[in-house]
Design a protein around this ligand. Sequence first.
Ligand code: ZN
Ligand code: ZN
Length: 318
Amino acid sequence: MDNKGYAMSALSFLLIIPAVLLVTVFVDMSHIGGESEGLVLKSDAVFCTAMDIENQIPVMGKEVLRETADGIVESGDAIIDSRKTVKNVLQAKMCQMSELYQNKMGLEVNCRILSLDSSSDPFYVEIKSTVYVRKDNIVHNETISQNISIERLKDPLPFIKCKNYGGVNMTDTRILYGSSLVAYLNAKNVSNAFVYENASSPLFIKKCPYDPYISHGTLLTLKNCIDNGYFHESNDGACFLCRLEGKAVCPHYGLETFVIPSPTLNSSLISAPCSSDHVIFNDSSYPGMEIQYNLEAGNYYKLFLDNGHRSKYGLPYY
Ligand SMILES: [Zn+2]
Ligand SMILES: [Zn+2]
């Protein structure tokens, strides 16, 4: 055996070491791979559950708001502290749902509704909540704020206000006051209340698309708005949550719609209680001057508005 042979073997040995090291590393890596796969599955379950819960909050929230409004339409009774009442009902529903996930998926699930309040956009209600989901050492804990649309919910206010004056009826889309609104206004000693005999207003809250509002100055737009029963943003009119409490006005940025007198053959009447719903249903209402927006078969279609509302909707001052 010459020295060369030894030299070669030593070299091969040196080459084997990195190979062994590499294999060791690969084995170790695949081991970590297995563990992290389990980790991924766990965190997927946690994440998906948290997302499910978060997506369900606005759905359940809207359901609770709808049930609450429908209950008032049915009974005519306002609710006290709508924010707390609706929040508590929603909390109970979310607890039930969390429990289902907990039992089905073996996760620790907790959804806490922190607040339910008016939003800066009066066509939405804002819900703040914390969603906590845990599986072993994987935790998802998030505080979120979500806006729920109140569109297509029933306007509860007229049902509350007219309950003791004979109540109101409804069609698929409108609230019909019959004689109750006249009785309600007469009790407030308002002149020319009779204009609101058989008046009507929209049943469902729908956002008026004619924006900016001054475009209502074209009387055809005003007529389309009235025919479709739209609601407008309003500094004075009550927000949806305060309407549930029977308030016509509130400190929040709120909603306004028109209460529409039924068409009349009498063209000479020019002054009557202002047709904005928050004026009609406020403790003290004030008069408006006629705006004739349509004439059909000798019938005059009129609204009565003060200069403040005329300015808002682009209508001429009187
Ligand atoms: Zn409008
Ligand atoms: Zn309010």
